[in-house]
Design a protein around this ligand. Sequence first.
Ligand code: ATP
Length: 441
Amino acid sequence: MSQNDLMDKLVSLAKRRGYIFQSSEIYGGTGSVWDYGPLGVELKRNVKDLWWTTMVHQRDDVEGLDASILMHPRVWEASGHVDSFTDPLIECSNCHRRFRADLPEVEGGQCPVCGTRDAFGEPRQFNLMFKTFMGPVEEEASVVYLRPETAQGSYVNFLNVQQSARKKVPFGIAQIGKAFRNEITPGNFIFRTREFEQMELQFFVEPGTEDEWFEHWKAARMEWHVSLGIRPEKMRFVEHGPDELAHYAKKAVDIEYEFPFGWKEFEGVHSRTDYDLSRHQEFSGKRLEYIDPASNQRFIPYVVETAVGVDRTVLVALIDGYREEQVEGVQRVVLGLNPKLAPIKVAVFPLVKKDGLPEIATKLHQELRRKAIPSFYDVAGSIGRRYRRQDEAGTPWCVTVDGQSAEDGSVTIRDRDTLEQVRVSLEGVSPWILERLSAPE
Ligand code: ATP
């Protein structure tokens, strides 16, 4: 299977099984925005819940926040986004299409769309922020932006969170939320889209301790990806060289994954100095200092940030889990998602549609749901086909109710990956599953 084939197969599986659909598909689709279907929304929620548990619930030094998407326009001047969140673009003098100036297709000066030679003038900077208007008047004074990252909401609320939650530095603010970027070259399915979700931590530290915290978060974030079952050999750290660092960064490392289209970033860990809080202090005129209660020392904290895309993590999980194999002479497609990520945890099948088996199976299915275990009931088609559908959907376990179940109240649980089947009592099914879902990696 070639790597391009893999992406095509994944896009088609995602649609067929209800993971991801093209946005506004019946109108021909919208550029680089995607909708999450019944299974996709569950996978995405599981990714976010696992991040939140690790980053907020399991730590004493991180608080959550949900800031709004629309912010005061000065925020984006202070952050540097109005001036520097840009890509250089060139425009074709004939068809007026715009392209990123650094793309290989436009290097010879010929327009890749209409073919005009010497088509381009000097590149111009194009800002990636989406603009809109607040209030009824569409004028320059009412321009606001859709946030291109969640981080700024955490900076402007630094003192609100620190004081209300009575935090001492070092501590962090975690957020999950939508971000928007008018990307010029989006693509590769949900890898780069114009509307996406981020999971970001801004960790505030005393100046001088940022290097230690940077190392801490670098390791912690890699550990989290490994805990999702992503193959460690498919991930690596890539440190930014001095000429690649963003204007605010002292140090930056990307966590990259080997996608079918190459090694690419899916998380960034950045040591941002006091750039963000100092700029907001300067632009707002409000002090954003922290006063150390022990020493009475005042300082503007340094920030270590971890920033990862929800959608990109979903893509990594899908790619990493996808496999095709032969089982007893039959080809099967498996989405080998970690059970913690899997949208459906268990499928329940009566072997046949008679002899009271559907009743037993339905009762078990309802009991599993009552215990908050996402369960799927299926009577349609041969048992083999029912297994295949669940393999493709990423469901880790299938329970079959057969003739013996009616006699002794036992059922089989089949494992998606090993294909092993164990016999368990009906009452034993939910504890068996819960035990495996709570097991550490
Ligand atoms: P890139 O170099 O890929 O444009 P970036 O360095 O601008 O990304 P950050 O601003 O550090 O990315 O954003 C943090 C994370 O948010 C990225 O690692 C990625 O997972 C996610 N992300 C950023 N832009 C997009 C996008 N357009 N679509 C989907 N996810 C994105």
